[in-house]
Design a protein around this ligand. Structure first.
Ligand SMILES: NC(=O)c1ccc[n+]([C@@H]2O[C@H](COP(=O)([O-])OP(=O)(O)OC[C@H]3O[C@@H](n4cnc5c(N)ncnc54)[C@H](OP(=O)(O)O)[C@@H]3O)[C@@H](O)[C@H]2O)c1
Ligand SMILES: C[C@@H]1O[C@H](OP(=O)(O)OP(=O)(O)OC[C@H]2O[C@@H](n3cnc4c(=O)[nH]c(N)nc43)[C@H](O)[C@@H]2O)[C@@H](O)[C@H](O)[C@@H]1O
Length: 312
């Protein structure tokens, strides 16, 4: 991939897509194309085929998807299944039909069995039952990575798959019902501090453990894999370290400056007890994460304050 290769970022307005664009621009890539979902609905096959036929991208970063936290996944399984299966099928097939040189598919760490041995290796896929709260999304993502594998085997395409752990950073989703835990905690603690509230509610028991990778690290890994990895096996992308949700909450409260109490809401699901990724394959290829969690949360809170102007 050279600096004037035609590169399509699917999902460019999202947290991951916008981070990949920032990374490519810093690295001097100057032929990047993108469309918002209102300009091009990737669930519509004919529209996707028309777009690829007209634009003929050489490289594709597939970062478009219906994405959400545990509550959203648990509440809207049909939407998560339909949208993600359609988006990935249409983009992967149109990439094959239009001779895309290389495509990077983004899956998720929730594809692995709920009770997988930790840390989770790529080969544990399909070795056990999935976590119920995000089964629909997980099955869609498994279908996507398998499609890449099958197209590579049958058609000789070069479609690679990465499985990121939980992500956070600028341009995240801060909706309190449908977001992931880290942005939700940033907003909750910020609003509690601003209003003088004495307590903040944490969903579930707080005992599950999660791994968090800053989206700028993810973008760096995406470009690294697009340039250097041509294998047919999926690659885990993470930090190799996890933290209990209760300790994450205490860390975010400290960074935001909230000094009240935390209260658990046991009516909300815990989800998978743990999903720490084994990142040794990625390390063997030559990439490691750089952004430390405390530094990443601090900078993410600053970007939250800037983008929620009234919040300062
Ligand atoms: N966030 C995480 O913790 C996490 C963890 C692991 C993997 N991932 C994966 O990373 C990728 C990006 O996630 P994200 O956190 O960046 O999500 P996000 O911020 O919600 O962005 C998703 C993007 O997908 C686009 N999109 C959704 N439906 C579309 C449709 N029908 N047609 C066209 N575009 C559509 C949206 O476009 P518009 O804005 O134009 O509507 C949006 O820009 C996804 O594949 C996700 O599975 C995310
Ligand atoms: C990466 C994503 O991981 C997702 O699972 P998962 O980490 O449990 O999704 P999260 O929504 O980040 O929840 C992680 C843990 O944080 C707890 N939690 C505590 N307080 C909150 C809160 O205010 N909001 C949220 N959202 N959680 C909270 C939640 O109960 C769960 O145990 C999958 O559903 C997606 O499909 C995707 O794979």
């Amino acid at each position: 991939m050279n600096k004037n290769s035609k590169i399509y970022i699917a999902g460019h307005r999202g947290m991951v897509g916008s981070a990949i664009i920032r990374k490519l621009q810093v690295e001097g890539y100057d032929n990047i194309i993108y469309r918002s979902s209102s300009e091009l609905d990737l669930t519509r096959q004919a529209d996707v085929e028309q777009f690829f036929k007209e634009e003929k991208p050489e490289y594709v970063f597939l970062a478009a998807a219906k994405v959400g936290g545990i509550h959203a996944n648990n509440t809207y399984p049909a939407e998560f299944a339909y949208a993600n299966l359609m988006i990935e099928s249409n983009v992967i097939h149109a990439s094959y039909q239009n001779d895309v040189k290389k495509l990077l598919f983004l899956g998720s760490s929730c594809i692995y069995p709920k009770m997988a041995e930790q840390p989770i290796k790529e080969e544990y896929l399909l070795g056990g039952y999935l976590e119920q709260t995000n089964e629909a999304y997980a099955i869609a993502k498994i279908a996507g990575l398998k499609m890449c594998e099958y197209y590579n085997r049958q058609y000789g395409t070069n479609f690679i798959s990465m499985m990121p752990t939980n992500l956070y950073g600028p341009n995240d989703n801060y909706d309190l019902q449908n977001s992931h835990v880290l942005p939700a905690l940033i907003r909750k603690f910020h609003e509690a501090k601003a209003s003088g509230a004495e307590e903040v509610v944490i969903w579930g028991s707080g005992t599950p453990r999660r791994e968090f990778l800053h989206v700028d690290d993810l973008a760096d890994a995406s470009l690294f894999l697009m340039k250097h990895y041509n294998g047919n096996e999926t690659v885990n992308v993470g930090t190799g370290k996890d933290i209990p949700i209760i300790e994450l909450a205490e860390l975010v409260a400290e960074i935001v400056g909230f000094e009240g109490q935390l209260r658990n809401d046991p009516t909300k699901p815990d989800g998978t007890p743990r999903k720490l990724l084994d990142v040794s394959k990625l390390q063997s290829i030559g990439w490691e994460s750089k952004i430390k969690l405390r530094d990443g949360i601090r900078s993410t809170y600053q970007s939250f304050l800037q983008s929620h102007i009234g919040a300062v």
